[in-house]
Design a protein around this ligand. Structure first.
Ligand code: CAA
Length: 383
């Protein structure tokens, strides 16, 4: 059997962020609650001329060659902040990336879990169509109500994964543990632009799903926890990943530092939640910020999407993976970001959550290709 997995991977996050110390000051909170309690420093904020489509295109554009584009037979766009109830966001991305017409394009949804569903679907598609590739775009804007408990866990970003029979970064290993239950821990009815959240319940549901998924994975693969050199978690905020890590290691009577966690959270701490992209952002963080050569090492991954579906699976890092990562580009993107003042943050938040049936034009605030220029004749426009 040919191996299947991640051939290329990249992320994009907007060039603006709100410092959580600014948020704490404005909300009358102790900054240490956000910094040490939630484990977050900053949250990326999209300007009004950015959206899930511009972010996904920018994530993909740096890794895709013309040869890749010609081999991509499917685009799976994973998001929980979709912009249309009918048309896949992937169709906009396909057009903006100037890809061949010989492509199938679908949007995948199950809260923050959807990109992992896309990865498993891609593996099956590639096994069936050797030589073809699948592009996964996971892109989200995590936006909660102003002055709500979730506000400090906002963020935005996209991850692009090129999945193929030539996994230069990480091979998807056989075996997984699955868990699903119908609950209301975090959900967003069609009439709302921000989610409804039972925050405390959601953290318990996440941990329950983790334990169940891990047991299923262990039963199927017989791989012990210590057979994994690293663990990456869906990271709505770094404190949640830390809790998950403690819980999982505790089941096996292991101290949390038996498996190091910090490198898997470095980027998430700076960006905030990016829903479907968060687990894969944590993976890129591990690949790009640890000093250790990860070649041949196994990474256990837990993907969670409220509602709720969880999955535990694993990846085997490939020799020479470092040379296939756009690490310098990512670091520059993060260091070049600008801090927003609080008034601009609130203004952009209001614009992002407004529902308008009128056409509008967005101000030019972000550089590079593409920009979301507004809505004309009820259709989204990009330049
Ligand atoms: N100094 C240091 N730490 C402090 C502190 C201080 N002054 N004040 C509080 N803390 C700590 C608390 O002890 C707590 O840590 P522990 O959980 O380890 O005890 C942490 O900071 C957070 O404090 P609270 O629990 O009081 O915070 P809160 O109730 O205001 O908000 C939350 C927490 C409910 C998770 C909220 O952020 C929220 O609703 N978030 C959105 C939902 C979410 O992310 N859920 C996660 C699971 S669901 C999921 O993963 C899907 C998804 O992406 C949304």
């Amino acid at each position: 059997m040919h191996s299947v997995g991640i051939e290329k991977i990249s992320f994009y996050t907007p060039p603006f962020y709100l410092n959580l110390s600014t948020l704490a000051e404005q909300r009358g909170q102790d900054p240490e609650k956000f910094r040490r309690g939630l484990g977050q420093e900053k949250m990326s904020q999209p300007a009004p001329d950015e959206d899930i489509i511009t972010m996904a295109v920018k994530a993909a554009d740096v890794i895709l060659s013309e040869t890749d584009k010609a081999s991509i037979e499917t685009i799976l766009f994973a998001t929980e902040s979709g912009v249309d109830q009918s048309k896949s966001a992937g169709l906009y991305a396909h057009q903006l990336l100037q890809m061949p017409e010989t492509c199938r394009i679908v949007e995948v949804k199950q809260a923050c879990y959807a990109a992992t569903a896309a990865l498993q679907l891609a593996a099956g598609m590639i096994a069936w169509r050797p030589g073809k590739k699948v592009l996964i775009l996971a892109s989200d804007v995590a936006r909660y109500d102003l002055d709500s408990p979730g506000e400090a866990t906002q963020g935005a970003g996209a991850v692009a994964l090129l999945v193929s029979h030539d996994p230069k970064i990480a091979e998807l290993e056989w075996g997984c543990g699955l868990h699903s239950e119908g609950i209301h821990d975090f959900w967003r009815p069609n009439h709302r632009s921000t989610p409804l959240v039972d925050g405390k319940f959601s953290t318990k549901a996440y941990l329950n799903s983790l334990k169940f998924s891990w047991q299923g994975y262990f039963t199927e693969t017989q791989r012990a926890l210590t057979d994994h050199q690293w663990l990456c978690y869906h990271t709505p905020f770094c404190g949640m990943a830390r809790k998950a890590h403690r819980e999982l290691l505790h089941i096996h009577d292991l101290a949390p530092d038996t498996i190091e966690l910090a490198p898997t959270l470095a980027y998430n701490r700076e960006i905030g939640n990016a829903y479907t992209a968060s687990l894969y952002l944590s993976l890129i963080s591990l690949l790009e910020t640890t000093e250790v050569d990860l070649s041949g090492q196994r990474v256990g991954c837990f993907s969670y999407g409220s509602g709720a579906t969880g999955e535990f699976f694993s990846l085997k890092i490939q020799p020479g993976y470092q040379t296939h990562l756009p690490t310098a580009y990512h670091r520059k993107m993060l260091s070049d970001r600008q801090a927003l003042d609080f008034a601009t943050y609130q203004d952009w938040h209001e614009q992002g959550t407004a529902r308008s049936e009128e056409d509008f034009v967005t101000p030019e605030l972000t550089a590079g290709y593409p920009r979301f220029t507004g809505v004309t004749g009820q259709a989204r426009c990009y330049k």
